[in-house]
Write a protein that binds this ligand. Structure first.
Ligand code: GDP
Length: 444
């Protein structure tokens, strides 16, 4: 999403490298370039003005001595100011002291509300909650059904008016859903409301009525980050018409300039709570201003990567594998398990994109093909357990058999086996350097 902005900022800041000190003119020139980069990324003008004024003031007043050189100081300042406009601290969901908590979703049609309802439900379930989805979009044909489908995928029930009872009153449905949640012991109610293609008064009034009726603990304004500057005007309209307590950015996976996403928090004064970056239920996470700022500045988002890894990898298995890496006993079976775990974490290019400096390897990332991993998997699956355990026994006739069985060329099997040996050796050397358990205890 923030690729262009990220490239621009990274190169502006790189130009400062190697400077002994920065003159006022240097700071001014840098500030000017940052300003252009932000404006080109569609960041709202008032937000850009505040940002630049703060960066300039701090950069000029910065002590040149100390642990950081002048360029690093400016990077640090820009990073901190970015974190600030993105909201500073991570803001967690406010839940009621006595359940059920009510979370109401509002936003334009197509902003990704219904999808978000499913994502949020799945995410809350993974945190031990028992959410209930509530269909209050009774205007758009099929909206109720769409929510039910999303709910089923997320493994969460949906409360909706009985079919055949006419269109129904959304305010009434919302009110009754609270009783249903109490009865069936759901601790969180997620209310999906109607959206229109454009902001209109009736939609606003209905959303405001629902808000009044169920007194939500959170009203989340869902906004498509790809709609550019309109995001800001829409946010203002919803703030004035319905009011909201938090923002959810969707479609951050798109290639739009994304500056609007950077402006919403500053313009509306409400924090961004979550971000969506894909159509699948798992393409969703809590929003962390500091991590987003590091990603934009090409400093990587290693924390998110680590969290995803923790979810995908089984801890005991990971420790056992780490020990085997150290002793050089890693087998193709372990290799396969690792690969499966990595695949669970999502597309490889996305994972690599979170690493520092990923911005500069964009072209290579675009070529990373998950199918390649799938082929490697197929090859390993075509081996017998004995072969996976001890790849040394894989002679020419076994290679031919494996290639035939997994539908690849013999060359690919050779490549895999050779690369496995190389990787194992390299990992063992690294394990020695980083002090893995069992490192340097023989093996090859
Ligand atoms: P609603 O009208 O606000 O309920 O919006 P929907 O949930 O129906 O979403 C509208 C379209 O956007 C659907 O095609 C979704 O699959 C798609 N969508 C939702 N969230 C995302 C996202 O984060 N990334 C992408 N690429 N598409 C999304």
């Amino acid at each position: 999403m923030f690729d262009t902005l990220s490239d621009r900022l990274t190169s502006v800041l790189q130009n400062l490298r190697g400077r002994g000190r920065l003159s006022e003119a240097d700071v001014d020139a840098t500030a000017r370039e940052i300003r252009i980069a932000l404006l080109e990324a569609d960041v709202a003008l008032p937000v850009v003005r505040t940002f630049i004024a703060n960066v300039k003031e701090r950069a000029k007043g910065a002590e040149v001595s100390g642990a950081l050189n002048p360029a690093q100081q400016v990077v640090k300042i820009v990073n901190e100011e970015l974190v600030k406009i993105l909201g500073g601290e991570t803001r967690r969901l406010n839940l009621a002291k006595t359940p059920p908590s009510v979370i109401m979703l509002a936003g334009l049609q197509g902003s990704g509300k219904t999808t978000l309802a499913g994502k949020l439900a799945r995410w809350l379930t993974s945190q031990g909650h028992t959410p209930l989805l509530v269909a209050c979009d009774l205007q758009r044909p099929n909206a109720v059904n769409q929510l039910q489908v999303v709910g089923e995928r997320a493994g969460v029930p949906t409360y909706a008016p009985e079919p055949g009872n006419g269109v129904g009153d959304p305010v009434d449905v919302a009110r009754r859903s609270i009783d249903e949640a109490k009865r069936a012991q759901h601790d969180i109610v997620i209310v999906d409301t109607a959206g229109r293609l454009g902001v209109d008064e009736e939609m606003m009034r209905q959303a405001a009525d629902i808000r009044e009726a169920v007194q939500p603990d959170e009203v989340l304004f869902v906004v498509d980050a790809m709609i550019g500057q309109d995001a800001v005007t829409t946010a203002e309209a919803f703030r004035d018409g319905v009011g909201f307590t938090g923002v959810v950015l969707t479609k951050l996976d798109g290639d739009a300039r994304g500056g609007a996403a950077l402006s919403v928090r500053e313009v509306t004064g409400q924090p961004i709570l979550f971000a969506s970056n894909g159509e699948k239920l798992e393409d969703f996470d809590a929003f962390h201003p500091d991590r987003m700022a590091s990603r934009i500045l090409g400093m990587g988002d290693v924390l998110t990567l680590i969290e995803q890894a923790e979810q995908a990898f089984d801890k005991d298995q990971a420790e056992a594998t780490a020990a085997k890496i150290g002793t050089g006993e890693l087998t193709l079976e372990d290799f396969l398990e690792q690969m499966l775990a990595v695949r669970k974490m999502g597309p490889i290019a996305n994972l690599l994109g979170m690493l520092p400096g990923a911005g500069q390897m964009k072209d290579q990332l675009a070529q990373v093909d998950d199918k390649h991993l799938d082929r490697l998997q197929a090859i390993i699956r075509g081996m017998t357990p004995a072969e996976r355990d001890n790849p040394k026994i894989i002679n020419a006739s076994r290679r031919a058999r494996i290639a035939r069985g997994s539908g690849v060329a013999i060359r690919e099997v050779n490549d895999l086996v050779n690369r496995f040996y190389e990787a194992r050796k390299m990992m063992q050397q690294m394990a020695g350097r980083f002090g893995f358990p069992g490192a340097n205890r023989g093996g090859s």
